[in-house]
Each structure stands twice: as structure tokens, then as C-alpha cells.
Write a protein that binds this ligand. Sequence first.
Ligand code: SF4
Length: 366
Amino acid sequence: MKYLDEFSNPELAARLLDDIRATVTRPWALMEVCGGQTHSIIRHGIDQLLPEGVEMIHGPGCPVCVTPLEIIDKALAIAEHPDVIFCSFGDMLRVPGSGRDLFAVKGAGGDVRVVYSPLDALTIAQQNPDKQVVFFGIGFETTAPANAMTVFEARRLGIANFSLLVSHVLVPPAIAAIMESPSCRVQGFLAAGHVCSVMGTGEYPPLAERYRVPIVVTGFEPLDILEGIRRSVRQLEEGRHEVENAYPRAVRAEGNPAAMAMLRDVFEVTDRTWRGIGMIPGSGWKLSQRYADFDAELRFDVAGIRTEESARCRSGEVLQGLVKPHECPLFGTECTPRNPHGATMVSSEGACAAYYTYRRLDLLDA
Ligand code: SF4
């Protein structure tokens, strides 16, 4: 398939690996920010092909994983309202809140629907004027523009029975929080290419400078990942800490100005709690005052719901790269993708789920 096959070419991958091996003289720890990159690294065994001492730490960039339990519980409370049609992407339906998930609400008679775009939810709202239609808007800077556009359209068209349950999170504050952690081991970052295709690269030079880490904007196919690693270790070996764009087929330095203008109009920065990590100041978006009428948390009075995370799950440490998934005692036994105990097992992009799916169960016996 064009734009995919050529980025999985084994001969080119071998050449990149040779270059990495020839460059590396000492151990380095790199973090891939995005869950899609984690999935690709584990699926293709890239971490096992790297020279000894080059370690990939799996970052907090899986949007489903970092959506706080509290927001899931709010979604459940809203979805069980008899006059609500609750719309979501499919991957959120099986994410457990405190004891149940959206599938359970659907099974009990709730009108929970999978949609493929937030604009589909807006159409459902137009078709059902006697119902309240809520879209579950989660994710990073990548999914936020479509959600912002939908709220903008709802206001423009006067569709008052639509609202958004928002839990958007932002990558740069998460990088800062990781680097500020006293136990941080990360020496370089593969930044998430799709986030930068929206936001550009302008937010990263101050981070690279402040924390003296290379940040390489990286794509998702095997060659993309290897090129991101190659550029990162080269910088580290040469004592540089710069921002490089290794994903130019999708990312421009200025990002997508139209999407950024829409985001500035509809959202404003807020403190966000990240599942497994905790509160990171200024790390998310909420609807701005101009669009507060479309805020489902306010419309359904669920803002007061508070939820505690499982004390046994170590996903917070996994998300910060302090432990690998198979080092958690629950991994593959009590905690599996069918029965996830924590953030990083609930989505296929989560590090625990990726380890479970792609062979890392055997590490328990190692
Ligand atoms: S294996 Fe399960 S319980 Fe352990 S850290 Fe991962 S998600 Fe949490």
C-alpha cells in the first residue's frame, strides 16, 4: 500500500540499524511519546533489534489510556440518562470506569452509539431533536480539531441538543512533567508526528533547550521510527539537543494554521488529570467560555464526580517509563486486554496491551 509499504522496507531498515549501531558508543534511553509508536515498536520488535543499551521507554501518548477514570465515570453517568444518545469512537466503549463500561450501559438499555466522526453525532442530534446527544471528545491535539469544528458547527447551525464531554490533553506539558520528575531517565524524545502535523514544531525548541534533550518529530512506520532513533542517538552522541523533523511528508514547522485557529476559538487551556500520572498543570483543553453552553459536564451536572484509581496497577510508572509492563505482578494474569485493571491495558495503543499482544508474555518466565 502506497506510503506504507515503502516505509517497511527490510533492506532500508537494516541500513538504518547499521547506522544506529555504528553511531552508538554508550547506553541511551529514549522515549517515544505516542502510543501508536509504542504499538509499532513492539509489533515490529524494533526495541529488540537496537544495540544493547539503547532503550525505548514507552511514553504517555495513548489517548484512551490517559483519559482519567473520573471522566469515564462521568460518561457512564451521562449515558444512562433516558433522554441521552451517547456517541463515542468504539475504543472508549470497553474502557472500564469504576466497575463497568459503556457497553454495560448499552446492554442495560442505554442509547450508546459508535460513530466514526464527531460530525456524525451532530447529524444524530439534528435527526433527534427531542433527545440530548453527547459526543465523548477525548485525545491529544490530533483529535481536537474535529471536535472543535463540530462544536463550532453546532453553534453556527443552532443545534442546541448537542454537547461535548471533553478530555483533551496536550503533549508539550507532558514532556515537561516527565522531565521534571526526580526519577526521570529519558535522554531524548521521539515526538508524535501526527500531533505536530496539527500544531507544528514551534512548542518544542524551548523544551529541548530547557531540558537539554533532543526532540525528533517521528512518524509511525518502522522506517520512520528507526530514522527518529537514528537522529536522536546521533544528537546525543554529538552532545546536541535540537528539534529535528524526521516526518516531513506530514509535518510542517507551522503546523496546520486553520486547525490551530479553530482550536484557539473553541478551546482554552486548563489543568488536566492524566490517568495513571495525576494532574499536570496546563496540560489540557476545555471548552472556552464562548462555547460553555455545549459543555456536557455542565449540562448534566456531573462535574462533582470524583474517582480513585486502583492502588495495585502500576500504569503510572509504566507511563513514565519507570517500569516495563511485564514487571507489574498483575500483567498477563489478573490484568489482560479482556480484563484490564489499568490505563495502559485498555487500548491496543497502551504499552501493557502492546506487550501482551506481541509476545512479551513470555518475559514473565525469563
Ligand atoms: S499490567 Fe495492568 S495492572 Fe499492571 S500496570 Fe499494566 S495496566 Fe496496570
